[in-house]
Design a protein around this ligand. Structure first.
Ligand code: C2O
Ligand code: CU
Ligand code: CU
Length: 455
């Protein structure tokens, strides 16, 4: 078999790392130098979601959700992205604090990558945790067709978990024959967003994942869906503790009742599986999404690992922070856009609806932050629907809410409940124009997006 250029590079890299030895070798190889460590191909890929029927998905690699990328905290991620789709695309690295040129936002970070072209993404990954990647172009369709995938950033040192699983949640907009249905319908976009009809875990409806019986596994739950907020709960004989939320460690706490995991959000659990042969149901409220099946144990993973090490996030200076208010509102113009055959304008932030067809929107940032200063962002949901509010480029610390008790934590996405007001804070340490949007994709594409400038 002919050796490809990529195999050559990997082989050489392996030698280099081995020769230089340990951590040093790894650093040497993982520099920003020329080349790439992963080739990521986005292309049409038929998948079988409905037995006996083929669904014309789009995928990163050969599966949808796509290839899991893994990188060590502090290392460089170097990915050559090949666009073999029939449409332009980009890759956005959700939750990663990176330079603007690597953020994957068309006309802001880069030009769209046209069919047949490639783009090299290269950046250092500062924070460990569970992240993901997806396009930022025609997102309802591109994410809807399956262009979503996990990005796992491993802690620098062993964490004490003997086992680990990644669980990607996604609903598919397909009918009984596996054909795609519309990814966004105006009357649904005007409410909770357009829901897919067929849920899946790791791309399999009602899929099953094996866990070693009686032992503790790190389970990374990622909501890669366009619309759904999963009310995560488990049923069966188990013990589960939350170790991280949206990538960032929290002091381990039991998973009690339901955890509401909005689009784009992630939950890292330590899960003790039942005895061999038993099954746990992974559920969305009362609805089963899939199963964990306990299989013969390995003899490792009996103790609860200590809390995960914190990420190197800047602590906002609350005493000197300026407060900025952001109102998320209904724009109420359902008829206007639809009549012209473009995305309707349904939602707005501080009175301005983002227009996905207008490439100049980012030139009119909704807020200008001074680099190095701390800010409190007051998020006000003036609507009857919940919105997972997501910021690119920086993580923020959730401080308080008028609807629930908050133990402050860092995140990149906050699920803002109906009529909720929450305060989050950040240090504006990353210069650039950063998207700030609802991660219900058809809310984002019908107005609920803005740009925040840091300079
Ligand atoms: Cu998952 Cu603009 O982001
Ligand atoms: Cu993002
Ligand atoms: Cu929303």
């Amino acid at each position: 078999m002919a050796v490809t250029r990529r195999q050559m590079i990997i082989a050489t890299a392996g030698l280099g790392a081995a020769a230089a030895g340990g951590v040093l070798g790894r650093r040497w190889f993982a520099g920003a130098g020329p080349g790439f460590d992963h080739e990521l191909v986005a292309a049409p890929q038929a998948v079988e979601l409905v037995p006996g029927f083929s669904t014309p998905a789009w995928a990163y690699g050969a599966s949808a959700p796509g290839t899991e990328l893994r990188v060590r905290q502090g290392d460089w991620l170097r990915v050559r992205f090949h666009n073999r789709l029939p449409v332009a695309s980009t890759v956005h690295w959700h939750g990663i604090r990176l330079p603007l040129e690597m953020d994957g936002v068309p006309y802001v970070s880069q030009m769209p990558v046209l069919p047949g072209e490639y783009f090299d993404y290269r950046f250092r990954v500062p924070d460990a945790g569970s992240y993901w990647y997806h396009p930022h172009v025609s997102s309802a369709e591109q994410l809807g067709r399956g262009l979503v995938a996990p990005l796992i950033v491993e802690e620098r040192a062993p964490t004490g978990f003997a086992h680990e699983r990644t669980v990607c949640l996604k609903n598919w907009h397909v009918d009984e024959q596996g054909a795609f249905l519309p990814f966004s319908i105006a009357r649904e976009a005007a409410r909770n967003g357009t829901l897919g009809r067929l849920s899946s875990i790791n791309g399999v409806p009602l899929g099953s994942i094996d866990l070693p019986a009686g032992e503790i596994t790190r389970v990374r739950l990622l909501n890669l869906d366009n619309t759904a907020t999963y009310r995560i709960n488990l049923k069966g004989d188990f013990e589960a503790r939350i170790y991280a939320i949206d990538g960032n460690p929290v002091s381990p706490r039991p998973l009690t009742e339901e955890y509401w995991l909005g689009p784009g959000m992630r939950l890292c659990l330590a899960l003790r599986a039942p005895a061999a042969g038993q099954v746990l149901a992974l559920r969305d409220g009362p609805v089963r999404l899939g199963s964990f099946r306990a299989v013969a144990g390995t003899g490792a993973g009996h103790a609860w690992p200590p809390a995960l090490p914190p990420n190197p996030l800047p602590e906002p200076d609350l005493a000197n922070a300026e407060t900025l208010a952001f109102n998320f509102e209904w724009a109420g113009k359902l008829s206007v856009g639809t009549a012209q055959g473009k995305a309707p304008s349904l939602w707005q932030v501080n009175g301005v609806a983002w227009d996905i067809d207008d490439k100049t929107c980012a030139e009119r940032p909704i807020a200008r932050l001074k680099q190095g200063n701390s800010y409190i962002l007051e998020l006000r949901n003036l609507t009857q629907y919940q919105h997972p509010i997501h910021l690119h480029g920086m993580s923020f610390k959730v401080l308080r809410s008028n609807k629930r008790a908050i133990e402050p934590y860092f995140t990149d996405t906050y699920l803002l409940g109906r009529n909720e007001r929450a305060q989050v804070a950040l240090v504006a340490d990353n210069p650039g124009t950063w998207m700030f949007h609802c991660h219900v994709i058809d809310h984002m594409e019908t107005g609920l997006m803005a740009a925040i400038e840091v300079s």
